[in-house]
Design a protein around this ligand. Structure first.
Ligand code: CA
Length: 219
């Protein structure tokens, strides 16, 4: 999943970016509200992490704008401890959750997973498909109970497909979830990841829909 981080504090922003990369999320980081709006208009994000005190366009103004335009991207606001009123305004303006600075990265990652589950209408934390179980928190995949070794990108592709079973994901959408702005998209890399996933988890797990993309059918 690709995440847009909007935070003007250099140290905090860098910490979040690095921490979430370790959680196998792709993170684009911008430092003001206008840049954030431009990014949201051009890229497909699974989540927005939004600081409220921002240059050029505040977090609340940005939130009102994007909700006014019908953008449904889930939003977690990052706020200071002494700003209860801001948190309430944020939630009432369409944010889904908040964390209070300084926050624990593990807690933030857990809230992201919880929000993703809710968005997909799922209560169960594990993603299960037949004999394959993916644990988003532990970054583990098992096949018939035995752990399967996946690279970080193979894991990210599988998580994206298992979170969207029955939906054909285009090559573009999958690549967007894998690569941030500063990363070169290697040509054929996606095909290679799919090939490895099929070899490790079974040839029939992921179907290719020619000219459209890839899908894991519902059980
Ligand atoms: Ca700030």
């Amino acid at each position: 999943m690709r995440i847009l981080l909007v935070e003007d504090d250099e140290a905090l922003g860098d910490g979040v970016r690095v921490g979430l990369a370790q959680e196998r999320f792709t993170v684009d980081w911008v430092k003001d509200g206008k840049e954030a709006l431009a990014a949201l208009e051009t890229e497909n994000y699974g989540l927005l992490l939004l600081d409220l005190g921002l240059p050029r366009l505040s977090g609340i103004e940005l939130l009102k704008l994007i909700r006014g335009r019908g953008m449904t991207v889930p939003v977690i606001i990052l706020t200071a401890r002494d700003t209860v009123a801001d948190r309430i305004t944020g939630l009432d303006c369409g944010a889904d959750d908040y964390v209070i600075k300084p926050f624990d990265l593990d807690e933030l990652a857990a809230r992201i997973r919880a929000l993703t589950r809710r968005k997909m209408g799922r209560a169960e934390p594990l993603l299960v498909h037949g004999n394959i179980v993916l644990d988003p928190a532990a970054h583990k995949v098992t096949l018939d109970g035995a752990e399967v070794n996946l690279s970080p990108r193979e894991f990210a592709v599988l998580r994206e497909l298992m979170e969207n079973t029955g939906i054909v994901l285009s090559r573009d959408r999958l690549e967007q979830s894998l690569y941030g702005w500063n990363e070169e998209v290697e040509s054929n890399a996606l095909e290679v990841h799919i090939h490895h996933l099929r070899r490790k988890l079974g040839a029939r797990l992921i179907r290719t829909i020619r000219g459209v993309g890839y899908v894991i059918q519902k059980d």
